[in-house]
Ligand binder design. Sequence first.
Ligand SMILES: C[S@@+](CC[C@H](N)C(=O)[O-])C[C@H]1O[C@@H](n2cnc3c(N)ncnc32)[C@H](O)[C@@H]1O
Length: 233
Amino acid sequence: MNQEVETLDSLGDSNEHRRRGLLALAASTKGFMPDDEGLALYNAARQAGWEDRRGGTFLEVGAWCGKSTIYLGAAAEETGGVLFSVDHHRGSEENQAGWEHHDPEVVDPTTGLIDTLPLWRRSIADADLEHCVIGIVGDSPTVAARWQSPLQMCFIDGGHGRGPAWADFRGWSPHVSVGGLLAIHDVFPNPADGGRPPYELYLSALRSGEFEEVGEIGSLRLLSRIRPPDSAL
Ligand SMILES: C[S@@+](CC[C@H](N)C(=O)[O-])C[C@H]1O[C@@H](n2cnc3c(N)ncnc32)[C@H](O)[C@@H]1O
């Protein structure tokens, strides 16, 4: 009996150690996700995963160097789920040279193009999450148009321009299952704080009557699907 308690305790300790390690790694990874929002994303995905018998199918649009991927991947590992991480790894418009969020460190000197894929792979390998994180390298709306699996969690953080943001929303939100979560990043009600498109998607999701808001942390909004999409997939 004592031995059994001891075994369970040490298992709890090692899970907690792993959890803390992953969250610390995510916080130190290059990217665009404040710690409190990352933690909220992780907790929301865990909840969504636990409510699914397979542990949750999660998908993120916009991985960059793997910061949000580690938060979501940590949740997938805990719940026995899988995270699909979609990015062409060429950077959004706002990441290109001359724009506000350009980072010369992620430019491939041979091609002169942004290439965050090697950094993303390194992040996932360092986190030891390759067993539950699957990278999909390509254009998000193209992948969405051929996607079949219902999602328990979909995180939209791809291109923030009007065209790319709406294409992601239209492509991916119908795949969120009833009871599943749609998370949208960089939602700024005040235009002085940031660009409009993510805020407009968020409003559209609420106005559709298909989603209700269940969380707000910084610029992250968490919406739960309460009824199926109008148009059948
Ligand atoms: C804001 S960054 C993502 C930040 C990331 N979630 C983090 O935690 O640091 C946006 C990402 O979206 C990707 N992206 C933009 N448009 C895309 C598209 N059409 N298809 C796939 N990825 C795209 C960019 O390559 C970039 O890595």
